[in-house]
Design a protein around this ligand. Structure first.
Ligand SMILES: *[C@@H]1O[C@H](CO)[C@@H](O)[C@H](O)[C@H]1NC(C)=O
Ligand SMILES: *[C@@H]1O[C@H](CO)[C@@H](O)[C@H](O)[C@H]1NC(C)=O
Ligand SMILES: *[C@@H]1O[C@H](CO)[C@@H](O)[C@H](O)[C@H]1NC(C)=O
Ligand SMILES: [Cu+2]
Length: 494
């Protein structure tokens, strides 16, 4: 038997390297029919669609005395009882930071300051959120086939929501009363580039009610109080390839912050030999429904994980409470009632304790809205990289290196620097500087109406004061009267 020579060993070694280097190949699965382009035009100036509905007249809201917000130094926004900082960011698109809300009941001697119109405002600004932004946007496609299995995107880290944000479309992306802010980014050669009109700020009045009460028990008093709900919205829209996402941060005078993500744009589609579901017979197209002739809309998820560094009354001594409403049985004979709901509360001590689907912290509650949890197996490679979507809610100890839920460097990452990994360290989060992470999302099962461009689908969550104020903070706000507004009468009532 010949001794294995060094030459043979090195040949083996380099052969192995060669094997690694050739671990890529071209796959030809035959011809896929290219669908016809008919009916895919969506530009207003080019398409020629018959109009099938009555015209909606141009619409905007009136602000006869101008907007009620101020933008100082290009970024500091002051409106009603809120002050916050807004900036364009390469990776997160838009970051809201240092949000404080003024509370009239925490007034200390000499705390009155002059803001805006030289009118004294009572109370102290109280810290609510140090920093909030979409930290990652995970879009795994559900086609395990050879040509599609790798399609699972981490849009914030791989592409950047900032540079993909084109200028907003005036009057259509934001209403006429909007104020625009430019984004400034570094280009690959290090030069600054300006993205004009990337963020808009506007006051929204959608005809809703902020609070109301009519006194029915004392009819002689004729008490009927109601206030219109006016909010302030900071918005940006990003076009990450085929998809468009609009991000809204909406501030209410009652202390609530609503975050909404709205998805529109184009589906990522796949060619198929089928023109009609009848052609499929007993077969089912594994990857998604037929949405047009020879076009399959591949099923996928959109999961957006927000980094919410809540600093309720300052960075320190924040905790996360989980509040469980639980059904209780009344012991027989104790009451005519048989059951009632009891709220059980417990403080999450460590990071693993706070890995829950729902939770209500003291001070501010997180109120989930439309959401979806990833249904991929935890050991599936895309899910290891997107492991921050394993839970809907996480709470971690503040660490300045842990900003982006998929890790600092996500391009071709293996998932060793995700929120799941950080949370598994199980650090103490009670009475600490903590960060809340919330995942909002959609399972997207395409349908014909999503083609050629899909109508906007939105999901949101709310950060709502809970025992933060002493009482309803908007009681003191004045109602509006006809004399405050320009003459405007509905046609039907004139
Ligand atoms: C769909 O594909 C078939 C081939 O499988 C082709 O004959 C047909 O023309 C295609 N139809 C359209 C509308 O592209
Ligand atoms: C935080 O809590 C500790 C006790 O847990 C207390 O000693 C400290 O004063 C608190 N700090 C603040 C800023 O409230
Ligand atoms: C902060 O985060 C980085 C990255 O996850 C980690 O390496 C480091 O150990 C963390 N520090 C603490 C104190 O947890
Ligand atoms: Cu989708």
């Amino acid at each position: 038997m010949a001794e294995p020579s060094l030459a043979r060993l090195s040949a083996l070694f380099f052969g192995f390297l060669l094997l690694l280097a050739t671990y890529s190949w071209i796959v030809d699965k035959g011809m896929v029919p290219i669908p016809k382009a008919a009916g895919t035009e969506y530009r207003y100036n080019v398409q020629n669609k018959p109009i099938h509905m009555d015209r909606i007249n141009p619409i905007s809201i009136e602000q006869p005395e101008g907007p009620s917000f101020l933008v100082e130094d290009g970024h500091l926004v002051k409106w009603a009882n809120w002050v916050f900082h807004v900036k364009a960011d390469h990776r997160a698109g838009m970051i809201i930071s240092q949000a404080t809300v003024r509370d009239s009941e925490t007034e200390k001697p000499n705390s009155r300051i002059l803001i805006f119109t030289n009118v004294e405002r009572a109370g102290e600004p109280r810290s609510v959120m140090y920093k909030g932004f979409p930290s990652e946007l995970f879009v795994p496609y559900m086609d395990p086939g050879e040509l599609w299995y790798y399609k699972s995107y981490l849009d914030a880290g791989e592409i950047g929501l900032g540079p993909a944000a084109m200028p907003l479309v005036l009057l259509n992306d934001c209403p006429r009363n909007a104020y625009y802010i430019d984004g400034v980014f570094a280009s690959p050669d290090g030069k600054a580039i300006v993205q004009p009109n990337m963020i808009c700020l506007f006051e929204r009045y959608a005809g809703d009610v902020s609070w109301r009460h009519s006194e029915i028990l004392i009819p002689s008093a004729d008490i009927r109080e109601s206030r219109p709900k006016v909010t302030l919205v900071a918005r940006m829209a990003t076009s990450v390839g085929n998809y468009d996402y609009t991000f809204d941060w909406e501030f209410q005078t009652d202390g609530l912050i609503r975050v909404t993500v709205a998805a529109s744009g184009m589906l990522m589609v796949k060619g198929t030999p089928y023109e009609n579901v009848d052609d499929l017979g007993d077969k089912q197209d594994e990857s998604g429904p037929l949405i047009s002739e020879n076009v399959t809309g591949v099923v996928h998820d959109h999961l957006i994980t927000f980094h919410l560094d809540m600093d309720i009354d300052g960075p320190m001594n924040n905790s996360f409470d989980k509040v469980h409403p639980e059904k209780q049985r009344v012991p027989t004979g104790k009451s005519p009632r048989k059951s009632y709901l009891k709220v059980k509360k417990y403080v999450a001590k460590t990071e693993k304790d706070a890995q829950s689907r729902l939770g209500n912290p003291a001070g501010y509650r997180i109120i989930p809205g439309g959401n979806a949890v990833s249904l991929l197996d935890h050991d599936d490679p895309p899910q290891i990289r997107g492991a921050f979507s394993n839970n809907q809610i996480w709470v971690t100890r503040y660490n300045r290196s842990e900003q982006f839920a998929g890790g600092v460097l996500v391009y071709q990452s293996h998932g060793d620097d995700t929120l799941q990994v950080w949370s598994d360290r199980d650090r103490s989060i009670e009475n600490n500087d903590i960060v809340l992470w919330y995942t909002l999302g959609f399972h997207h099962i395409p349908c014909q109406e999503d083609y050629p461009v899909m109508p906007t689908v939105a999901a949101s969550f709310e950060l709502k004061p809970a025992n933060f104020f002493e009482s309803n903070p908007v009681i003191g706000v004045a109602p509006i009267f006809e004399k405050d507004l320009p003459v405007c009468r509905p046609f039907a009532s004139s």
